[in-house]
Design a protein. Sequence first.
Length: 601
Amino acid sequence: MRRRTPGSDKPAHDDGRLPTVRDADRAPAGATRARSGIDSSTTAAALRARAIERESELAEFLPEAYLVTDSEGLIYSANRAAVQLFGPHDAAFQGASVADLLVAAERARFRTRFRRFLAGRAANSRSAWSVRIALPGGEERKARLIPAVVRTESGEVAFVRWLLSPVAAAETVEPRLGEPDDVSSAVPGRHVARNARIIADASALLSRSFDLEETLSAMARVALPALGDHAWVDIIEYEGDIVRFHAARRELDDAAQRAAMRVAPAPQDGSNSVIAVLESGRPFVERALSDEGLRRLAVNEEQFRALGAIDVRSVIIVPMVARDKILGALTFLAGAPHHAHRDEDIALAEDLAQRAALAADNARLFAMAQGASRAKDEFMASMSHELRTPLTAIIGYTELLGDEIVGPLNATQREQLARIRASGNLLLALVDQILDLARVDAGVHAPRVAEVSAAAVVEQAVMLIGTPLRQKNLAITVRTPPADVVLETDPLWLRQILVNLLGNAVKFTEKGEVGITAERDGDSVAFEVWDTGIGIAPRFLDRIYDPFWQAEQRMTRRYGGAGVGLAVAHRLTTLLGGAIDVSSTVGAGTRFRVKLPVRRS
C-alpha cells in the first residue's frame, strides 16, 4: 500500500510502514527534534492515522482501485490495484490529489463537484461519478468514481474513501453503492463492481471498532441482500465454544424465531454444516436446500422451523482464517424469491471472511494486549509496594546505626554504613518511580490542581537534586521568572517532572553543567532543562519516553537507573495538558522543553 501520513506531503517509509504521529510531527531531515504530547490536533491526527492504516490494510487486495484522501482530495493511500492502474511506480500519488488522476479537462468540474459533495455533508450519498482518468503513456479511459465520507463525532471530515472502477466498453450501467442488487442483471462486470463496493463498505466498518459483535454483524448486513436475506457470524471462543451473531436484512417479527436464529451449534456436532466447515476449513455451498440439508444446517428443532419459515433455499458457509488458524465462519442464507448463490457470490463471501478474520484476530490481540497491560500494571504496583516496605525499614535502621544509638562506630564502619544508606536510597527512588509509573498507567493517579509559582517549583526541584550535583562536581544554571508567574497545575507532579528531567541530565553528564529555566510563553509556562552530557542520537529520539528503555542497554549498567524517569515525566506532562519536546546533539548535550497551560481547561 502506498501511503503518506495525514498532514504531511511525505510518502511512507521505504519499508511501506505507515508513519506514526511522531513521524508526522518530526522536524525536517537533519534536525534532531522530536515532539510529543496529546493536544487535540495531535489526538485527531493519531486517530486518523490509525483508522487510515487499518482501512489501507483491509483494502490492499481489493480488485478495484481504492484511494483514501483528506477533505481536499489529497491522497493518503492507494491500494495495489490503484498502483497497477496508474503505473508501476508510486510517483503518481506523492503529493497528488484525486483530481490529478483525471484528464486535465475534467479537473475543475471534479473539484467543484467534490466541494458541493462535502458541503452537503452527504456521508451516505454514494452515487457513482462518471470520469475520464489519465493513464501512463497519455492514454485516457472512462471510469466510475464513488466517494464516501468518513466523519468524526463532531461532524468534521476525517477522511474520504474513493472506489475507482475503469468502465469496460460494454458496460453502461452506473450503479449506486449500497442499493439492492439486481439479481437478474447480466451486464458484464456488474458483479465485480458490486463485490468491490460491498468489500469496501465492509472494510470501512471493520476498521471502526474492536467490538466484534457490532462490527461483524454490521459487516454481514452490508453483504445483504446481495448474498441473501440472513447471515450468521460464528466465532470460536478461547475455550472452544462457539458464539453466534445473527444479521438480517429485515428483522424477524416473531421473537421465538429471532431467538432460534441466534443459537450456535455445539463444537462436537460433526453433522452440522457449520461445524463441518470449521473442522475442514473448506467452504460449503448448497444451492437447492432440501429438508435434509436444512436439518444439517439447523442446530435444533426450533431453528429448523425458523429456517423453514424464512424459506431458505440456498446457503454459503465460508471459514474465517487468520494466521493459518480457523477463527469462525460466515454463513449467508438466501430464501425465495432470492437467486441461488452464484460463483461470484462465493468469491465475495470468501473475501468478506478473509477481512472478518483479520478483524477478529486484531480484536483478540487487542484484548490480549489490554489484559497483559493490566496484569503488568497490577504486578508493578503490587511488587513496588511490597519492595518499598522492607527498603524503608533498611534505610531506617541505617539511620539509627549512623546516629550511634546502639553504640559507637569507627571510621570504617561509618564509611560502609554510608554506602548501605546510599544504595538503599537509590533503590527506594527506583521503586518509587516504578510505582508512580504503575499508578499513572492504571489511571489511579489524579492531579490535585492548585495555583503554584513557577519559580518556587523550580527552586524546590533544584534543591532536591543538589546531592548528585555535588557528587559529580557539576555546575548548575538556574533562571526563574518573577514570583507572579503562576499556573494552575498539580505542584507535586510538576516538581516530579522537573526533578526527573534534572536527574536525567545529571546522570548523563560527566563534566560541564546542567541548567533549568522557566518563563511565561503566552498562555503557557515553558520550563527548559538542558545539559552538556553525552546527548541522544537522532534515531533514538522517538523511543526515549518508552518505559524501561535506554538508548543503549549497556548504559543501564554504566549509568544506572531503570529507564522510567522520562516515561513518568512524559506521562505526567500529558495528564497536566502539556507537551514535551526534546532536541539533542551527540556529545554536546540534550535540551528538554516542557510547556504547561497557565489555566486548566
